[in-house]
Design a protein around this ligand. Structure first.
Ligand code: CO
Length: 160
């Protein structure tokens, strides 16, 4: 049920995305998950198991919060996306991820609108979720990740 679409423009958008986008997770770049986790644990937020994603040279731990999650990102190499981010910006907020009903439709819509993306295609990430990134220069300096909802996980080939 779409209850947020009040204008015609909202309804057009709703017909594409199916529901109001939600904050799926907030990505935070850290030098060490072992060091970073304690503040969340002290705040009563459970920190999940660490998963290493070799292809992205990153170790990831999810922190459970009502309605969303934090994604702690620790590089396994200095010359990696997160390693370079830490060298340039230091620890801190890295990206905000929104979940949408149809990640492919949104990718096509933004491509048509000539929005600068930081991904060449919709990729397959940790936990088999499908995602792409919008370049910060197109979003007020915020790196936005768009992820598909769980129903889109099945029967999709691994991108090269
Ligand atoms: Co993310």
């Amino acid at each position: 049920v779409i209850d947020w679409a009040e204008t015609a423009a909202d309804r057009d958008l709703a017909s594409v995305i199916g529901h109001a986008p939600r904050v799926d997770h907030i990505g935070i770049a850290v030098r060490s998950i072992a060091a970073a986790r304690s503040i969340y644990e002290l705040l009563g937020m459970p920190v999940g198991a660490i998963e290493t994603i070799e292809r992205e040279q990153v170790r990831v731990a999810m922190v459970a919060i009502e309605g969303t999650r934090l994604e702690l990102l620790e590089p396994t190499a200095d010359d990696s996306t997160i390693g370079r981010f830490l060298a340039k910006r230091g620890e801190g907020l890295h990206h905000v991820a929104f979940s949408v009903q149809d990640v492919d439709a949104i990718f096509a819509q933004l491509t048509t609108a000539k929005v600068k993306l930081a991904s060449a295609h919709v990729g397959l990430g940790a936990g088999s979720h499908r995602y792409f990134f919008v370049h910060p220069s197109a979003a007020g300096g915020v790196l936005i990740e768009i992820v598909g909802v769980a129903s889109q996980l099945a029967n999709l080939p691994e991108p090269a």
